[in-house]
Design a binder for this molecule. Sequence first.
Ligand code: PLP
Length: 360
Amino acid sequence: MGRVFNFSAGPAMLPEEVLKTAAAEMLDYNGSGMSVMEMSHRSATFKGIIETAEQDIRDLMSIPDNYRVLFLQGGATQQFAAIPMNLMRNKVADYIVSGNWSKKAFKEAKLYGTANLVASSEDENFTRVPDFDSAAFSPDADYVYICQNETVYGTRYTHLPETGDIPLVSDVSSMFLSEPVDVSKYGLIYGGVQKNVGPAGVVIVIVRDDLIREDVLPFTPTIMRYKTQADAGSLSNTPPAYGIYVCGLVFKWLKEQGGLEAMQKRNQEKAALLYDYLDQSKLFSGTAQKEFRSLMNVPFVTGDADLDAKFIAEAKARGLESLKGHRSVGGMRASIYNAMPREGVEALVAFMEEFEKNNA
Ligand SMILES: *Cc1c(COP(=O)(O)O)cnc(C)c1O
C-alpha cells in the first residue's frame, strides 16, 4: 500500500515533496556529513537553517520589522500559560470562547489574573463564532484573545474583533499559513505547527516588539519569557532543531506553490468541493453554521452513530484515513490542510457519493 490521504486534524499530512527532501538529506545534510538531528544547534549550518526559515516565514506572511518570530517548544498549549504570564501587566484579559481550544486557554489564563469571558458560543454547541461587541472589551485589558479557526468544531472568524489599542492575540494553529494575513492587526499570533506547517514539537510565536517585556508576572519561568527567547534568537536552550528544519522546507514549498494567496485559492476550492456536496446530500450534513465554516476542518455527520462508524471503516479501507470526528462532536471530520491535495478531497467526495447510494 502506498501513501494514504490522511484527514487527521493533527499531526497531519506534510507535502510529499518536503518528505522526499528530508529523506534525501537525512544522512548527510548539505555536505555536513550528518543529519540535522545530529547537529549542534550552535553550528553555523544550523544557524543558516533557522535564519533562512525565519526569513521565509517573514516573506510568506509579510511580517513587519517590529515583530519577532520565535520558534519554541511546548506546543500551542504551553502558550495558553505563556501568553498571560508575559502579557498580563494589569492582570486583566478578555477572552472570546468559540470552542474547545479557546475554552482551555481561558481556563488557563484564570490561574494568572482576571480573565473575562466577553463572548461564548457554548450555548449553541460551538456551531458558530459568537457575536462580540467591540465596545464590551475591558478598557484595562492587557489583550483580547481569540482562537481564529476552531479545529474541533470546524468554525472560523469571518472578521476580527476591533480591539483599538488593546493587543489582539490569536491562536491560528489550525489555519497557519493557509491564507494571507495582515500581521499588523495583531499583537501576537501563534500556532502549534503540527496541523498545517510541520512536525509536532514546534510552536511559532509572532509577537510585536513592545509586548516583549521585562515586567512579566514575576513567577514566569525564565525559559517561558518571550524576552529570553527573543534575545537569544530562539536559541536560549536547545531548540526543536529537526522540527524547525522541516518547517523551513515547508516554507520553501509554500513559496514554490505561489505563496499564501495561491494557497488560499486552493484551500477555498478544496473546501467548496466538500461543502457543496454536503449541502445537497440527503445522508450527510455539516455541523458548523454555514457563515462560519472553516476551510481547514470540516465536521459532518449522518445522524446515525452506527452508520458513521461504517463510513469511517469503509473509508479507511479505501485509503481515506483518520476521518473519525472529535469525541465532542461525533461523526466525521475531514481536515484538509495545505498539504492535502485536491485529489484527496475528490476521492473523499466520490466515496461519500457511493456510500450515500449504497446506504439510502
Ligand atoms: C491542536 C491545537 C492546539 C493544541 O496544540 P498542542 O501543540 O498539542 O498543544 C491548540 N489550539 C488549536 C487551535 C489547536 O488546533
